[in-house]
Design a protein around this ligand. Sequence first.
Ligand code: HEC
Length: 109
Amino acid sequence: MKISDSLCWSFVWLLAVGTSAAQAAGNPKAGQAIASQCAACHGVKGLATLPSAPNLAGQSLQYLDEQLKLYRSGKRQNETMVLMAKPLTDQQIEDLAAWYNSIPIQIAP
Ligand code: HEC
């Protein structure tokens, strides 16, 4: 009885972890829609149009995700980006990261 109970709980735990991991994955299409707010500086395809803004196309998921969360919390300070990141939810940040990460780039020597 005890063993089957604990087996049952570990199954529930695995299900819960599996589901939250699936939800955490960003959706590039949704991110592209949100990124219309970012295009004035970072470009429609993630290549910056403002000289002081960085390119985001092809950047790693983890880096984009971390930087947006750092701006949102104010740990990374930049007036514009803190303002832009403040209203974003975790899901929107994942979506934006997935979008910019999905843009193919080519680097020539
Ligand atoms: C008004 C111009 C402007 C807008 C709009 C803007 N950004 Fe930025 N963004 C910047 C600038 C300038 C920087 C560099 C800031 C710094 O030095 O930290 C930056 C930095 C970033 C970085 C860090 C990149 C790196 O290489 O470290 C990310 C990620 C980013 N922006 C994402 C976004 C997203 C997503 C949006 C839309 C929700 C957005 N930005 C909207 C100007 C803008």
